[in-house]
Design a binder for this molecule. Structure first.
Ligand SMILES: [Zn+2]
Length: 535
C-alpha cells in the first residue's frame, strides 16, 4: 500500500529507489528542521515558471471513457472545478481562481537564477490563467488487434501523451510559451469502470509500481513546455485518494481528489518544470512529493477546493497558505479574551500592525510579531461563545488558510449556571434574577470586558430589583464567563398590579416624563430612562 501511496513520482524510478522514498516518508518528521527544506539546484540552475502562467487542459475521453463513473453526464464536476480553480477567462463571471491566493503565495518562495531579474512567481491577479480546455474524443493510439489501447494489456505511453499535447497545440492553435503548462487527463472505461492504463517507463498507473500522475517537460516548436499527465484519482486502486475521504458540499469526491492531484503536479511544474533542475530536496523530492496525500481545504474567490498541501521552506512544513499559522500556544483560554497567546507560523510581517489576526473572524485587539514566524497576539473577547474557532492572519494582503490544522484556538466552556426569576420579598415590581451555578464562580454586572463589575462570589447570586436591565455574568475564577440577558428574563412584574390613578399620565407629564401604554394595558411613565411604574 505504501508503494502506491508514493505514486506521484515525476520521472521513471526503479523499485529500489522507490523503497528509499518510502523509508524517507516514514522518517521525514524526525529529521532536523531545515535539513528537509527544498534547495535550488545551483548546478543545473533550472528555470521556474513565472506569471502569467498559461494553463491548457486536454480531457482525453474517447467514446466509452469518462471522468467519473458515478456521474451521469460522464464528466462529473471536475471540468467546472478546474475552471474555478484556475480562473477561467471564458466563464461569464470574473473568477480569480488560484491567482493572488495565499495558496499560490507558497510558490513565490522559490525563485530561479535569472541574472539580475527576480525570476519568481508573484501571487497576483492573473498570475495563472486557464487559456483553453476541451474534451478530446480521438481514440487512443496503437489499438491492437483487440482494440484494447489504454488498457493494462496495451497501455498508453508517455510518448502517446506527448504526441497528444503536440496534436492539440497544432489543432487548437495554442500560443504556448515557456510559462505554459498542458495537462492531459484520462479517466475510466465504461462499463465496468476499468481504469485507463498509462505507463511511463517501467511504471504504470494501475499495475506494478503505480503512480497517480506526473509532470515533465518537452520541447515543442523550440519552446520548453511543461506538461503533466493525470490519471483518474477517483479510481482508488492506485492510492490516489489524496487523503480525501469526504467531498466538499456541492462537489463530488472524485473531482475533489482529482483537483488535489492537479494541485500537486501544478505546484511541481511551477517550481521544478524540468524535473530535478530547480527546487528539490536532498532526496530529489519536489514541493508536492514532500506533502504527498496531505490534503487541505482552501478558498479561492469564494469557492472552496480540496488541494494538496505544499512544502514551505519558511516554516519547514507542509502548509496550505502563506502566511500560515501552524500553532497557537496556549491553544485554549477564557472566553473573555484580553490575554496574550503566541501564534507560530510563517511569513508574518514584523512591521507594526503589518500582520492582523482574527479569531473566528473577530479581530485581535493587538499583535506584535517578533519574527516572520512568531507573533504575540491578544485574544479577543468571544462574547460568551465557547469552543474551537479558526485563527487566521492577514499579512501583505494575503490571508492564511482558515482550515489549517494548527490554526485553532479553543475558548474554554463557561460555568454551568441556571437562571430564574424570583418575586421573593417583592409585593409588586420587577422580579429579581437569581443565578445558580454548579461550582463557585464570580458574579458581575455590566457583563463583558472592560466594563464588568464584580458583585459577589459563590454558587448563587441574586441580582436585585432595578438592576435587571443589564447583561450579567457568572465567570469561573480566571476563566470563561456565562452571560445572561437579565432584562429578557423579566418581562413581567411580581404580584398583582395596584390600581392606577386616573391622573397617572397627567402626573407623569407634569413630572417631565411621557406616558406609554404597556402590552398589559397599564400606563408606564417614562422619565428619561425606563423605570418601574410608581406604586
Ligand atoms: Zn510529485
Amino acid at each position: 500500500m505504501w508503494g502506491r501511496m508514493v505514486g506521484k513520482q515525476s520521472r521513471p524510478i526503479d523499485l529500489r529507489f522507490l523503497t528509499i522514498l518510502i523509508s524517507l516518508l516514514f522518517c521525514a518528521t524526525s529529521l532536523p528542521v531545515g535539513a528537509q527544506n527544498l534547495a535550488y539546484n545551483t548546478t543545473s540552475k533550472g528555470r521556474v515558471l513565472q506569471g502569467p502562467i498559461n494553463v491548457y487542459i486536454i480531457y482525453w475521453f474517447p467514446p466509452g471513457v469518462v471522468a467519473d463513473t458515478g456521474i451521469y453526464d460522464g464528466f462529473g464536476s471536475f471540468t467546472i472545478d478546474v475552471d474555478l480553480f484556475f480562473g477561467d477567462k471564458v466563464l461569464p463571471m470574473d473568477v480569480p481562481g488560484v491567482s493572488s491566493s495565499s495558496y499560490l503565495n507558497i510558490l513565490t518562495q522559490y525563485p530561479a537564477s535569472c541574472g539580475t531579474s527576480a525570476c519568481a512567481l508573484a501571487s497576483a491577479p492573473g498570475a495563472v490563467q486557464l487559456r483553453d480546455s476541451f474534451i478530446e474524443r480521438f481514440a487512443y493510439p496503437h489499438a491492437g488487434a483487440a482494440n484494447n489501447a489504454g488498457t493494462t494489456a496495451n497501455p498508453l505511453t508517455d510518448s502517446d501523451i506527448r504526441d497528444e499535447v503536440q496534436r492539440a497545440i497544432a489543432a487548437r492553435n495554442w500560443q504556448i510559451d515557456s510559462n505554459s503548462i498542458v495537462f492531459v487527463v484520462t479517466g475510466v472505461f465504461q462499463p465496468g469502470a476499468v481504469p485507463v492504463e498509462e505507463c511511463k517507463g517501467a511504471n504504470c498507473t494501475f499495475k506494478g509500481v503505480s503512480f497517480c500522475g506526473y509532470h515533465n517537460s518537452m520541447v515543442v516548436n523550440g519552446v520548453a513546455l511543461a506538461y503533466s499527465y493525470l490519471s483518474d484519482a477517483s479510481f482508488n486502486t492506485a492510492g490516489c485518494s489524496e487523503g480525501i475521504s469526504t467531498a466538499l458540499a456541492g462537489h463530488t469526491l472524485s473531482s475533489d481528489r482529482e483537483i488535489a492531484l492537479l494541485s500537486h503536479e501544478f505546484a511541481e511544474a511551477v517550481t521544478d518544470p524540468v524535473v530535478g533542475t530547480a527546487w528539490v530536496d536532498s532526496a530529489g523530492k519536489e514541493i508536492g512529493d514532500k506533502c504527498n496525500q496531505v490534503p487541505a481545504t482552501v478558498l479561492f474567490g469564494g469557492y472552496r477546493f480540496q488541494v494538496q498541501q505544499q512544502w514551505s521552506n519558511a516554516t519547514s512544513s507542509c502548509v496550505s497558505s502563506l502566511p500560515t499559522i501552524t500553532s497557537v500556544s496556549p491553544a485554549s483560554g477564557a472566553n473573555t479574551g484580553g490575554y496574550n497567546v503566541t501564534v507560530n507560523g510563517g511569513l508574518f510581517s514584523t512591521f507594526p500592525a503589518g500582520t492582523k489576526f482574527f479569531f473566528n473572524a473577530v479581530p485581535a485587539p493587538s499583535a506584535t510579531c517578533t519574527s516572520a514566524s512568531s507573533c504575540v497576539v491578544q485574544v479577543p473577547d468571544s462574547h460568551g461563545a465557547a469552543g474551537a474557532v479558526s485563527v487566521t492572519a492577514i499579512a501583505a494582503g494575503f490571508e492564511s488558510d482558515d482550515q489549517a490544522p494548527g490554526a485553532k484556538f479553543t475558548y474554554n466552556a463557561p460555568p454551568t449556571c441556571s437562571s430564574q426569576k424570583s418575586c421573593a420579598g417583592h409585593v409588586f415590581g420587577f422580579p429579581d434574577l437569581v443565578l445558580t451555578c454548579e461550582a463557585p464562580v464570580n458574579f458581575f454586572r455590566f457583563a463583558g470586558t472592560p466594563s464588568q463589575t464584580f458583585v459577589g462570589a459563590g454558587s448563587s447570586f441574586t441580582f436585585p430589583l432595578n438592576e435587571v436591565e443589564q447583561k450579567v455574568s457568572a465567570c469561573a475564577p480566571g476563566g470563561s464567563c456565562a452571560y445572561f440577558e437579565a432584562s429578557e428574563l423579566n418581562p413581567s412584574y411580581c404580584g398583582a398590579p395596584p390600581p392606577q390613578s386616573p391622573h397617572y399620565c397627567d402626573d407623569c407629564i407634569h413630572a417631565g416624563g411621557h406616558c406609554i401604554t404597556a402590552p398589559t394595558g397599564r400606563k408606564v411613565c417614562v422619565l428619561g430612562v425606563p423605570k418601574a411604574p410608581p406604586h
